[in-house]
Design a protein around this ligand. Structure first.
Ligand code: PMV
Length: 359
């Protein structure tokens, strides 16, 4: 795999000080990534909707200093110094150092905030790491003699992936594929690419309401979960199934077959959790209210001839997906019924969005 394209070749300019701010989104996978090999290479291709409202805003101030062996940075989250978040970011810098050698020549002050509540069970690693990756690419763009926006997005996704696989899908939107797939032109294990085909209007501005069922700390980290796919009895079949699902979903997104979308997306969500339940050690991330909500969604769909469906991340929260045309009716259903199963009745209305924005 050609990773040398991401190592800066030409001599870089010298800049004393620079500050960049990026807003980058979270995403929700429709075909899930679960299982990887080193370094962050997915066992199957995945596709996600980029979100619009759930995002991270990160500012990095770069100040030139004498080059050192260690990366020098300070981290503030919502205005407060957060040393407990530093090891994860330090590990990220270590992984990208070969591709961003200039980070050793700057003192970095990172200020970050999320649009969604802290510890809401919404993973912030995708939006958080893609935001840092975009800030690094803004610096690299200034240090180099101009980079194309295509290269900036590609490399930002490549860098974000090294921090957290799903972060590679948080640079562009509204649909991003990560992982090499024969039916998706340009797809790669190294970075996410925009879904390359014209999408049927029914999937435009698709709605995603995130129901906050359990805001506690995850019992099992995604790193541990991915590793449990090694020697998992169903892993090989699962990877084949996921790639088949992506081929099918590609056609569905183009032809507008919403019924098949519902079937495939829910099957993906339950398969992800089935993999968790059938690994060893086994674990369950769903909560009783996750199942209550799923059953309510199924009843509503039947009674109203609706196209509402759900998907799940690696947690108990439920993502409710529905076409824009059903927004009013489903939002009412969420407010009056489903919110009763959420912690403190909390939920977030979101929809498919267009990716990273420089502020
Ligand atoms: O990016 P990671 O390592 O946190 O893994 C994310 C895995 C899932 O969210 C469960 C699925 C996905 O494709 O986003």
């Amino acid at each position: 795999m050609n990773t040398t394209q991401f190592i800066p070749k030409s001599a870089l300019k010298s800049i004393e000080k620079a500050t960049f701010t990026w807003q980058t989104p979270s995403n929700i996978a429709l075909v899930k990534y679960w299982g990887k090999s080193n370094p962050q290479i997915p066992k199957n291709a995945s596709i996600s909707f980029t979100l619009n409202n759930c995002h991270t805003i990160t500012t990095i101030e770069f100040e030139k200093k004498k080059a050192s062996e260690n990366v020098d940075f300070n981290l503030f989250f919502e205005g407060k110094q957060k040393d407990e978040f530093k090891p994860k970011i330090a590990e990220f810098f270590k992984r990208v150092a070969n591709y961003c050698p200039y980070i050793f020549e700057y003192k970095m002050t990172i200020n970050s905030e999320n649009s969604f509540p802290h510890s809401s069970g919404i993973a912030s690693s995708a939006s958080g790491l893609s935001a840092i990756a975009m800030c690094l690419m803004s610096l690299e763009n200034e240090l180099s003699s101009g980079l194309s926006s295509e290269f900036i997005n590609k490399k930002a996704s490549f860098l974000a992936r090294l921090g957290s696989g799903s972060a590679s899908r948080s640079v562009e939107g509204p649909l991003v594929v990560w992982g090499n797939h024969p039916e998706i032109e340009g797809s790669s294990d190294l970075f996410g690419v925009k879904f390359p085909h014209k999408v049927h209007p029914v999937f435009e501005n698709y709605q995603d309401a995130i129901l906050l069922v359990d805001k506690g700390e995850k019992q099992v980290s995604s790193t541990v979960g991915h590793n449990l796919m090694t020697n998992h009895p169903y892993a090989e079949n699962r990877f084949v199934q996921a790639n088949n699902h992506l081929g099918k979903l590609s056609k569905i997104l183009q032809n507008g077959d919403v019924k098949s979308f519902v079937n495939l997306v829910e099957s993906e969500a339950l398969t992800l959790h089935a993999m968790m339940m059938t690994s060893n050690p086994y674990f369950i991330l769903m909560k009783p209210n996750t199942l209550e909500i799923i059953n309510k969604i199924w009843s509503y769909r039947k009674e109203n001839d609706s196209n509402i469906c759900f998907t799940l991340d690696a947690g108990a929260n439920v993502h409710v997906l529905y076409p824009f045309s059903e927004k009013e009716a489903v939002n009412q259903f969420i407010k009056s019924e489903l919110s009763n199963y959420c912690q403190k009745k909390q939920y977030i209305y979101d929809s498919a969005g267009f990716g990273a924005k420089q502020l």
